[in-house]
Design a protein around this ligand. Structure first.
Ligand code: NAD
Ligand code: TYD
Length: 354
């Protein structure tokens, strides 16, 4: 069986990608390498336990010897690189892990892959792909009437998270230009959907609403994000992996620019409909809290390159995706309770103390 190597496949997007991969008739197996930080959860991919097409290993991408061994054993035809520290607020409290995993980890992976790829025969070398999953946050912040980010927008990262992702994007680009490694990079907007760790806005608001807690909105709630359902992001990655032009970057977005307050109102209204409170609305729990330092005002993605070149289009609208997501969280409270471990409670106490 041929394989692809996935990093970070027990996290939010990586796990959705792995689970979806086998649902789309793909014939390759997956070697899934994940350190299982607080954000990685083995239970998310438990349905694949015992499935010979999926090999999981708790491994740090900074561990060069382990990476060499996986590459030599499974001889993957591609690598899809999700593994990262991904939460902006955590990067503000402690940037060190972001530098280590997002920059040093990506570098270590690139070096291991370069050595493996260089030794392949000519046909396998030409067919090989390294797909780097990145974010729109590398482009910085937009004013209200600025055009959306395109693939040629200059990088201007503002948080330790986005700066570390920008650095990793540059390394990936350099490995193509310098060594000829066949790379592809995707820069995607904010994802939402099943298995999203409840430190991020959407799952946090759902969890707090159901728990009768306050719904913390940073600043004036008017920061804008462009939201994409995670299944649509995974479909875009499959398209780029299969047919993207080597060395190119592709922006991925949902054409769904919403203020944070709009998002929180939508969630409250869906919960009012699907799990009404005894009295009043979930909107009554909204609380404005101190803003995030250096909070980017607006992100927006122009996804026309991906749509025109590869024919990708999001299948979900904001309305259908949000409804599915809220329903998933209502149906999967066990998963949420499970990931709200002691570490999660420590984080909430630190972040929302003020
Ligand atoms: P996540 O935090 O939910 O998952 C990250 C996964 O990587 C976890 O399973 C974690 O255990 C693993 N990991 C962390 N450090 C590791 C290491 N050193 N070695 C091996 N595994 C390690 O993140 P996510 O939201 O699924 O994001 C995945 C990727 O997509 C990231 O690269 C992120 O920058 C990018 N991205 C995310 C979004 C979003 O909205 N969530 C949007 C665009 C791009
Ligand atoms: P987040 O989900 O952390 O993603 P990102 O910072 O990568 O865009 O946050 C989305 C938006 O929601 C961002 O503008 C910050 C805001 N936010 C809140 O208002 N309250 C919260 O408790 C959180 C976690 C985020």
């Amino acid at each position: 069986m041929s394989h692809i190597l996935v990093t970070g496949g027990a996290g939010f997007i990586g796990a959705n990608f792995v689970l979806n991969w086998f649902g789309t008739g793909a014939t390759d197996g997956i070697v899934n390498v994940d350190k299982l930080t607080y954000a990685g959860n083995r239970k998310t991919i438990a349905s694949l336990d015992g499935d010979a097409r999926h090999v999981f290993s708790q491994t740090d991408i900074c561990d060069r010897a382990a990476l060499d061994q996986f590459l030599a054993t499974y001889k993957p035809r591609a690598v899809v690189h999700f593994a990262a520290e991904s939460h902006v607020d955590r990067s503000i409290h402690g940037p060190g892990d972001f530098i280590q995993t997002n920059i040093v980890g990506t570098f270590t992976l690139l070096e291991a892959v370069r050595a493996y790829w260089s030794a392949l025969d000519e046909e396998a070398r030409a067919a090989f792909r390294f797909l780097h999953v990145s974010t729109d946050e590398v482009f910085g912040s937009l004013e209200a009437d600025d055009p959306q980010f395109s693939e040629t927008t200059a990088y201007a990262p503002n948080s330790p998270y986005s700066a570390s992702k920008a650095a990793s994007d540059h390394l990936v680009r350099a490995y193509h230009h310098t060594y000829g490694l066949p790379v592809l990079t995707t820069n995607c907007s904010n994802n939402y959907g099943p298995y999203h760790f409840p430190e991020k806005l959407i799952p946090l608001i759902i969890a707090n609403a159901l728990g009768g807690k306050s719904l913390p909105v940073y600043g004036d709630g008017m920061n804008v994000r462009d939201w994409l359902y995670v299944g649509d992001h995974c479909a875009a990655i499959r398209e780029v992996l299969a047919r993207g032009r080597v060395g190119e970057t592709y922006n991925v977005g949902g054409w769904n620019e919403k203020t944070n307050l709009d998002v929180v109102h939508t969630l409250c209204d869906l919960l009012d409909e699907l799990r009404p409170k005894a009295a009043g609305s979930y909107r009554d729990q909204i609380t404005f809290v101190k803003d995030r330092p250096g909070h980017d005002r607006r992100y927006a993605i122009d996804a026309r390159k991906l749509e025109c070149e590869l024919g990708w289009k999001p299948a979900e609208t904001f309305e259908t995706g949000m409804r599915k997501t809220v329903q998933w969280y209502l149906d999967n409270q066990g998963w949420v309770q499970d990931v709200m471990s002691g570490e999660y409670r420590n984080w909430v106490a630190k972040q929302y103390a003020a």
